[in-house]
Design a protein around this ligand. Structure first.
Ligand code: M6R
Length: 602
């Protein structure tokens, strides 16, 4: 969701290729428009921006020609104002002395634009990034220096954002963080600012993770941090990041999504190793066991992991837990929360605004806050009393795959530990995931065309596979643009059954405990001419009743764990099916239209 990048170099040089590469690295976040600007010491800002993909816009507007020693790049995911050239960022101030771009949401944008117009400023777009620039212009016009102008602007701008700005005639850039990710880096002859770490890592490993309320001033050879409240200098040494860029390459796969699907066995092993060796698990289990109410809170895929986690917890520990979508947590439980309650907040990015809003409420109510997140250093990991990092490395593709399976494994591990079960039984999980991936490869093509022929369909599950049906449906609709609804299989007859007609596809995810129930659901479809596809372990009842069956392999999980593991395995064919249909329809599964990897707005 929007991405900003800024660079200051020690001499005038061709910055185009650096900006284009940074744009490509930020593009996983999702965007509609691309823009770049170079800021000279004298003369006019060179601003180029338009609707489209990084490579298209860069080639059309000749980004490779951009030269200078200061530049800003922005990818915009539309919220305020349509995705258009005029609304694209960066934006100029009234007279072209300042240029800036933001990532986030200025919630008082409409009011601010009216004020700026009344004050005689030239407002060109509807976009809230432009309001950030005018907010600084307002105080720069009153004679404040840039740091002071930014400090004043900060008080006028409501919302969560990260913002970078530069001024003609200077030798530095400025940035500020409030609620959205921001990282600064120092290289040999340049400094950088960016919405995230991966876009800086190829340039330098010496970085500062910027905190909320910090202003960054960066020259070619140094970075200064100041507190926005009082302007005081903040002393902090840069950290050296050891992460490799290998994980953000496709590694021979056609798409990140396919690579990430195949990484699931490896990252499951990494997570188990981490869980076996961290004290956080016991600390979390203690907080969970003593909670009055235990809430499992997330959005999208992370919420589906909460749903399955809740079944695991209930069945393995006997303790009830309440899975809930983050915004609904506020609406539904806001008034009844107490300091005896505990929330496990689950998020790949650790920055999802809906989740952070829920955490704010939990903090107000003095609840216990536990976290499960992939991005270490994200807001969620910082505000949690205890947290489990998902150990997945970067998940670049917008559809979550490996982070879902590791969220589920984290819940299973916590539930087993809390219920007094030996977690060593999970050691073979990577092997079971590999076996499942191998066994489904050749089975998916037989159902792919039939499913792809329809633009609406259902995926049904029951008990442990109900969350999998929801997650499978989310994957399918997210990247194939078909309407696909996930549902409890027994609910289907209470309404949606009327959609069934000749050839209508309904996918059933069958857990071993519920096969008979699933078979009766299958027959409700087939006797009305529908086409039932079963996903589950080899079982004559599924094969004899469904029109098609995707068989999951036998694994040597202990009997008491098998249904839990089977549920997890059954997401793999749905991930792969969604991926294949997306590609066969000519879409890019990594970057589905309108979507963003990190949703930092309400
Ligand atoms: O970063 P988060 O896990 O908090 O993101 C929540 C959802 O936006 C996310 O899971 C989304 O549903 C997935 N991209 C779907 O594949």
């Amino acid at each position: 969701m929007c991405g900003i990048f800024g660079i200051v170099t020690n001499e005038k040089k061709n910055l185009g290729p650096i900006l284009i590469s940074a744009g490509r690295r930020l593009s996983y976040r999702g965007y509609d428009t691309v823009g770049a600007a170079t800021i000279p010491e004298r003369g006019d800002i060179d601003l180029r921006k338009d609707v489209g993909k990084v490579d298209e816009v860069a080639s059309r507007l000749k980004f490779e020609e951009l030269t200078g020693n200061r530049a800003i790049l922005q990818l915009r995911w539309a919220t305020f104002g349509a995705p258009s050239q005029i609304n694209a960022q960066p934006h100029l101030d009234s007279y072209g002395d300042l240029v800036g771009a933001h990532n986030g949401n200025i919630v008082n944008n409409v009011e601010l634009r009216k004020q700026f117009l009344q004050e005689g400023m030239i407002v060109r777009s509807e976009n809230d990034g432009e309001s950030c620039v005018h907010a600084v212009e307002r105080y720069a016009n009153q004679g404040y220096d840039m740091v002071e102008a930014i400090r004043h602007a900060y008080n006028d701008l409501e919302g969560d954002y990260a913002f970078v700005i530069g001024k003609v005639g200077e030798d530095r850039l400025y940035a500020i963080k409030k609620g959205s990710g921001l990282v600064a880096g120092i290289g040999d002859d340049s400094t950088y600012i960016s919405s995230d770490l991966p876009s800086i890592l190829p340039l330098t490993k010496k970085i500062f993770r910027i905190q909320d309320g910090e202003i960054v001033i960066f020259w070619a050879d140094r970075i200064e941090l100041r507190n926005v409240e009082d302007g005081r200098l903040i002393q902090r040494e840069p950290e050296i990041v050891e992460e490799s860029m290998e994980s953000v390459q496709k590694g021979g796969y056609a798409h990140f999504m396919l690579k990430e699907i195949h990484e699931q066995p490896k990252v499951a092993g990494d997570l188990l190793h981490l869980l076996d060796n961290t004290k956080e698990v016991d600390a979390m289990v203690e907080r969970m066991a003593n909670a009055r109410n235990l809430y499992l809170v997330g959005c999208g895929t992370s919420y589906h992991a909460c749903l399955l986690g809740s079944v695991y917890l209930n069945r393995l520990t006997g303790k009830a837990s309440i899975p809930i979508l983050a915004p609904q947590f506020i609406a539904q439980y806001g008034t009844t929360l107490t300091s005896d309650d505990v929330g496990i907040f689950v998020s790949q990015s650790g920055e999802t605004k809906d989740v952070l809003n829920a955490i704010n409420l939990a903090q107000e109510k003095k609840m216990g806050i536990l976290g499960i997140a992939n991005v270490v250093g994200s807001t969620l990991t910082q505000v949690s009393e205890h947290h489990i990092p998902l150990a997945c490395g970067y998940e670049i593709s917008v559809p979550a795959t490996k982070t879902f399976s590791n969220q589920v494994i984290a819940f299973l591990y916590l539930a087993m530990r809390m219920g007094g079960h030996d977690t060593k039984a999970l050691a073979k999980l990577p092997e079971w995931l590999t076996k499942t991936l191998e066994s489904i490869q050749n089975q998916i093509p037989k159902i792919e065309n039939r499913v792809s022929a329809w633009n609406d369909l259902y995926i049904l599950g029951y008990g442990l596979t109900y969350p999998i049906a929801l997650e499978g449906a989310l994957k399918l609709k997210e990247i194939t643009y078909a309407h696909c609804e996930g549902m409890l299989s027994t609910e289907f007859k209470h309404g949606p059954l009327s959609a069934v007609r000749d050839g209508y596809p309904v996918i059933f995810v069958a857990g071993p405990e519920d096969t008979s129930l699933i078979v009766s659901g299958i027959n409700e479809i087939t006797c009305r001419g529908g086409h039932a596809i079963a996903i589950g372990k080899a079982d004559a009842r599924l094969q004899n009743n469904a029109n098609d069956a995707i068989e999951l392999p036998q694994i040597d999980a202990p009997d008491n764990l098998e249904p839990y593991i089977d549920a997890l395995m059954s997401i793999l064919p749905l991930q792969l099916l969604s991926y294949r249909i997306s590609v066969s329809r000519g879409y890019d599964p990594d970057f589905p239209r309108n979507l963003s990897k990190t949703l930092t707005v309400d």
